[in-house]
Design a protein around this ligand. Sequence first.
Ligand SMILES: Cc1cc2nc3c(=O)[nH]c(=O)nc-3n(C[C@H](O)[C@H](O)[C@H](O)COP(=O)(O)O)c2cc1C
Length: 136
Amino acid sequence: MRYAISYVSTVNPALSESEIQEALDFSKNWNNDNQVTGVLLYSQGNFFQVLEGEEQLLKDLFKRIKADQRHHNIITIFQKQIPDIQFDGYEADFISLDDRFQQKNINTYTNQVSLLNPAIQSSVRYILNKFTEGIK
Ligand SMILES: Cc1cc2nc3c(=O)[nH]c(=O)nc-3n(C[C@H](O)[C@H](O)[C@H](O)COP(=O)(O)O)c2cc1C
């Protein structure tokens, strides 16, 4: 059975921009190597993440993520079994730092949402809109 987890969290304020980028890059690589799909975004001190993958793999990964000192206040939005369809790719990026933000990035993530499992798409779309609202 495939599984999906989504949460928001607060960055550890001691983290530098390059350390955040490191966490995003690591996540994107590991997830793509392990057939985990979804999206991880950083905006104005907060992370928003959607993970889709094999159930036990995802539960183990989420344990590691929750124990990670680089963020806290982890609020789970959903954590559930989803229909067994696999979508492509993992995206991880900043979406709001001034020197990086571009409207085309927002479009990339909106497109990424359309690659998510239909069972979670509408709630993810809703949260993504909220998440990006403040920077448009
Ligand atoms: C906001 C955030 C999201 C993360 N997302 C992932 C992820 O999707 N996949 C991943 O492998 N590691 C992710 N990590 C890194 C993990 O927390 C952890 O460092 C990594 O799995 C290595 O675990 P280990 O140090 O126990 O071996 C994330 C870290 C942070 C701070």
